[in-house]
Design a protein around this ligand. Structure first.
Ligand SMILES: C[S@@+](CC[C@H](N)C(=O)[O-])C[C@H]1O[C@@H](n2cnc3c(N)ncnc32)[C@H](O)[C@@H]1O
Length: 218
């Protein structure tokens, strides 16, 4: 009998093979991340396919991402946008931003995705001062401790009916009531927010992880 992690990676491979096969552009994006010494902490292909699906389900035209890394999830997301759609992705590390810009250029997406460099909380404050908002979909995938603050900042910037997605929200610590952490607080916050309807979808990246999905209803 295979152990649980082996079985989960088999399921991940099955889903990826059927629904989220990488093309040469996505493969090259990961290769360039590797060459640039970026950590391999991007979403899995199967989760990338799920992100792409959410964009299409709600006909999103305007996406905000927090945490670009090498542009892997940005590629899955931006490829689902219509011709006149666009995306802003926030990244702290200038080297990550440089690698992701080059990757998005090669993917033919540089006209659609703008990378803004700096601490995301500061960039979000600037965006609010400039009246930027009306996003259809927000994808939060940066420093976990700040997730509750990212929720507080982005909620007013999302349209009613829009989605807020947050990655890595099923760490084992969610099962231990003595533990605290950004993902635990984030899940509790969205669950308690009367302006959101939310759930956590288990996602696979070899092992089990979670994507919290919230729709803004008020
Ligand atoms: C998990 S990776 C993002 C992965 C990417 N979404 C993907 O799947 O391809 C997290 C990224 O968030 C960035 N980051 C960490 N803290 C940040 C902050 N305070 N503001 C903006 N970006 C931050 C890291 O430099 C890293 O590139």
């Amino acid at each position: 009998m295979p152990d649980q992690n082996t079985m989960l990676s088999d399921y991940d491979r099955y889903i990826t093979h059927l629904f989220a096969k990488e093309d040469t552009v996505l493969e090259a994006t990961r290769e360039e991340m590797n060459k640039g010494n970026l950590p391999p902490i991007n979403v899995s292909a199967s989760e990338g396919g799920l992100l792409h699906l959410f964009v299409r389900i709600i006909n999103a035209k305007k996406i905000l991402e927090i945490g670009t890394l090498g542009g892997y999830s940005a590629t899955w997301l931006a490829r689902a946008l219509p011709e006149d759609g666009n995306m802003i992705s926030l990244e702290l590390d200038p080297h990550h931003a440089k690698v992701s810009r080059a990757n998005l250029e090669k993917a033919g997406l540089s006209g659609k995705v703008e990378i803004r460099v700096g601490p995301a909380m500061k960039t979000l404050e600037e965006m609010q001062v400039n009246g930027e908002g009306g996003f259809d979909l927000v994808f939060i995938d940066a420093d976990k401790e700040t997730y509750p603050d990212y929720l507080r900042m982005t909620l007013p910037m999302v349209r009613i009916g829009g989605l807020i997605l947050a990655d890595n929200t099923l760490p084992p610590s969610v099962l231990d009531s003595s533990k605290d952490g950004g993902a635990i607080r984030y899940n509790a916050d969205v669950a308690a927010n009367p302006n959101l309807v939310s759930s956590v979808i288990p996602v696979l990246r070899g092992h089990l992880d979670g994507l919290t999905v919230s729709v803004k209803i008020g």
